[in-house]
Design a protein around this ligand. Structure first.
Ligand SMILES: NC(=O)c1ccc[n+]([C@@H]2O[C@H](COP(=O)([O-])OP(=O)(O)OC[C@H]3O[C@@H](n4cnc5c(N)ncnc54)[C@H](OP(=O)(O)O)[C@@H]3O)[C@@H](O)[C@H]2O)c1
Length: 289
């Protein structure tokens, strides 16, 4: 397949490139394709003529989105609309990567694909605006919600936990934010499988099972053999001007019907912890002792 990936230098964009050796892929970074330009999105699609576009570009900083909702909307809502309309005009299906944060987290059970979104922060609102723009563009689409991405080539949650444990010898972990850690390696493979399936619609793809941030941090430290306690705290203890959903665990029902599932989050994390970037982090810690 000829695949165009937006946000090619982001953590998911990079994983998609690594997973796409069987495909012809172009993955421009922000500097080469700014999705806030409708003309740039159209031109890229006309030039490369992809068979599918995986739209992974986004403004993903929740705090920044809260400070400047219009800027988040410009990228995640209007920018997504630009890409989706360019795809529709060219007759190319789009895969829009959306978020668990379109849900309010109050359901008390995992969200399935048919549940009504109700975001509670500006990032979530901007991602939902992106979903609506994709649906309104008139072309074929997959909307794929995922959660808590981490993976090779980026300092994400596991690396931050290890660094913090090394620096401070103590950690605090939030117990009232629950979702599913998702390894970008697994998500990239699942997205490519789904993109080949030709069954358009809304999907949930995230690591199987769920945990709180505190449990995730504890599992990272256990696997890294770092004996630092993670004090349970609440979101409110950090005094942030926004809330994350309490439990936005995503249930994969529709992709599972196509045989596309992700492994349990603890298994994927254990494999991530064996990657060179983690081994180097832990070795650096041992060297500083
Ligand atoms: N990270 C998560 O936990 C998570 C969870 C659920 C869903 N998602 C969704 O998954 C997708 C991939 O996320 P990720 O973790 O890979 O995010 P990421 O690492 O922040 O990558 C996003 C990329 O988009 C680029 N970008 C920002 N504004 C752009 C613009 N106007 N035009 C083109 N590119 C732009 C960024 O470039 P610059 O950095 O140079 O601006 C960055 O390289 C996003 O749609 C995100 O909303 C993420």
């Amino acid at each position: 397949m000829r695949i165009l990936v937006t946000g090619g230098k982001g953590q998911l964009g990079a994983a998609l490139q690594r997973a796409s050796s069987a495909h012809e892929i172009r993955a421009p970074g922000h500097g080469d394709l700014d999705v806030t330009s409708a003309a740039a999105a159209s031109e890229m699609i006309e030039l490369f003529r992809p068979e599918i576009v995986i739209h992974a570009a986004a403004q993903t900083d929740t705090a920044a989105a809260e400070r400047d909702p219009a800027a988040a909307l410009a990228v995640n809502g209007e920018g997504t609309g630009n890409v989706a309309r360019a795809c529709a005009a060219a007759g190319v299906p789009i895969v829009y990567v959306s978020s668990n944060e379109v849900f309010d987290g109050e359901k008390g059970a995992p969200y399935d694909e048919g549940d009504a979104p109700h975001p509670i922060n500006e990032y979530g609102r901007s991602k939902l605006a992106g979903e609506e723009a994709v649906q309104e563009a008139g072309g074929d689409f997959y909307i794929v919600r995922s959660s808590w991405l981490y993976g090779p080539g980026r300092t994400s949650f596991p690396e931050k936990i290890i660094e913090r444990a090394q620096a401070d010898g103590a950690l605090r972990g939030v117990t009232d934010e629950i979702a599913s850690p998702t390894w970008t390696v697994d998500l990239a493979a699942a997205l490519l499988a789904l993109a080949s399936a030709g069954r358009f619609g809304v999907y949930h793809l995230a690591g199987e099972g769920s945990c709180s941030r505190q449990e995730w941090a504890e599992e990272v430290l256990r696997l890294a053999a770092i004996d630092v306690p993670v004090e349970p705290v609440h979101q409110a203890d950090f005094g942030l001007p926004f809330r994350k959903p309490l439990d936005s665990t995503l249930a994969n029902q529709r992709a599972a019907e196509l045989g596309i599932t992700l492994r349990p989050w603890r298994e994927a994390l254990a494999q991530h912890m064996r990657t060179p970037q983690i081994a180097e982090l832990i070795a650096a810690r041992a060297g500083r002792r």
